[in-house]
Design a protein around this ligand. Structure first.
Ligand code: G3I
Length: 389
């Protein structure tokens, strides 16, 4: 049995590799906003968060607020395994302002409070998107009955009000989400049309920065993992934003991967964006595969599929580990029952994409990630300014 005692900064942990896990405790964390609880938080020394702490890498999860607090196992895993949380839905415009002029911050406030109690940082998701808009604004994100002037005033107020409401509580904001199509052209959303171009993006970053100068501001998208028209277009675009001194701090790579496609040149893409002077993060990682029909929506059709999934999870994490500017690695939830995938891809069925199964038991993918983190002591430590450590 290998026994190693670690003492790194605010964290001290005793790890028994191959033996019984003890606990880690984290005390006050710079970068964690306001109202730090007085009691140290305890979590297993072999948890993903404790292992990530050793190199300053935040391991996050998307959180389903229908489960947090009411589902005991779900709540325990959220607290013990992750050092960062992202609201899967409750900070989206559709949920924070379902009726025009009336905000409902309650579910998101509850997540922020949970994060403070458990010494976690929060990724705010997301301020400007074409999807999940309230129906009074647009039912499809591409058409609206509102005028361009109204849309401009509404977006400004939305960004300012939401960032101010959570001021000091958000580590990274996904300021703008999915503004480009796969062919690299700007998505023709209501925002693009109202501004007559991509000018809404620089405006949104500036408004967000004014409202909370300490939050890290991210552009977030899918398929940036693969070098190609979309990744290239976003690369050129954020380079222009930097040149124009727009306050953008980072780029989020969602990382919705699928075993039917080859593994992307993810590390190269993380690195080239980082080389622009940006932080990067993997923000919504999952690895789906073909699965059986209901009720077995999370059982792969191919018994060998889990091996491919383990490999993809491992490579996705290692790409982040290899790039010093990659400050967080966030799976998009952790229990297959709660994944967005089976409800989205129904022909053919896909699923089984997360680290825990439908009974909230860790899958082989979990143990692969855990081992990768345990062996990552030599990876570059993420301790740059604003990394939240
Ligand atoms: O809130 C309503 C509820 O009132 C209604 O009864 C129910 C009936 O379908 O729908 C509920 O809304 C659902 C919402 O999640 C909240 O649960 C929507 O139907 C459903 O479409 C929505 O899905 C979310 C999806 O974004 C919407 O595009 C997923 O949970 C969420 O995981 C997914 O997350 C996105 C990221 O934000 C951005 N990147 C891609 C990622 C995966 O699609």
């Amino acid at each position: 049995m290998v026994r190693s005692a670690l003492s790194i900064g605010v964290l001290s942990a005793t790890v028994l590799l191959g033996g019984v896990a003890l606990t880690s405790s984290a005390s006050a964390e710079p970068g964690a906003a306001a109202a730090a609880p007085s009691k140290a938080v305890r979590y297993p020394a072999d948890s993903l968060r404790a292992l990530g702490d050793r190199i300053g890498l935040r391991i996050g999860t998307a959180v389903n607020m229908d489960e947090l607090g009411s589902n005991t196992d779900y709540t325990k895993i959220t607290a013990e395994q992750f050092s960062s949380v992202t609201p899967e839905n409750v900070m989206k415009w559709q949920l924070v302002e379902p009726t025009r002029g009336t905000y409902d911050w309650a579910p998101a406030d509850r997540l922020v409070a949970f994060a403070k109690t458990n010494k976690q940082l929060v990724r705010g998701h997301t301020l400007v998107w074409h999807s999940q808009l309230p129906t009074w604004l647009s039912s499809d994100g591409y058409t609206t009955t509102l005028s361009n002037d109204e849309l401009k005033a509404l977006l400004k107020k939305h960004v300012q009000d939401q960032v101010k409401h959570f001021k000091g509580d958000i580590w990274q904001w996904d300021v703008v989400n999915e503004a480009f199509d796969d062919d690299g052209k700007p998505r023709q959303t209501v925002w693009y049309k109202a501004w007559g171009g991509l000018g809404y993006i620089a405006d949104a970053f500036r408004w967000a920065h004014e409202a909370d100068p300490k939050a890290l501001l991210f552009y977030n998208d899918y398929n940036l993992e693969f070098t190609g028209p979309k990744s290239n277009a976003v690369y050129d675009f954020v380079k222009t934003l930097k040149a124009q001194r727009v306050p953008i701090d980072g780029v989020g790579f969602q990382g919705h991967l699928d075993t039917q496609y080859g593994f992307p040149d993810l590390q190269n893409n993380l690195q080239r964006f980082a080389d622009l002077g940006l932080k990067v993060a993997e923000t919504e990682v999952d690895v789906r595969t073909f699965t059986q029909a209901a009720p077995n929506v999370n059982t792969p059709t191919d018994p060998l599929a889990p091996y491919a999934q383990e490999s993809y999870w491992s490579r996705a994490l290692k790409a982040c580990l290899a790039v010093r500017e990659c400050i967080s690695f966030t799976p998009w939830g952790f229990g297959d029952t709660y994944s967005w995938i089976p409800g989205w891809f129904d022909n053919p069925q896909e699923g089984a994409a997360l680290l825990y199964d439908a009974d909230l038991k860790p899958k082989s993918q979990y143990y692969v990630i855990q081992q990768d983190l345990a062996l990552a002591a030599g990876a570059p430590r993420r301790n740059g300014p604003g990394a939240g450590h």
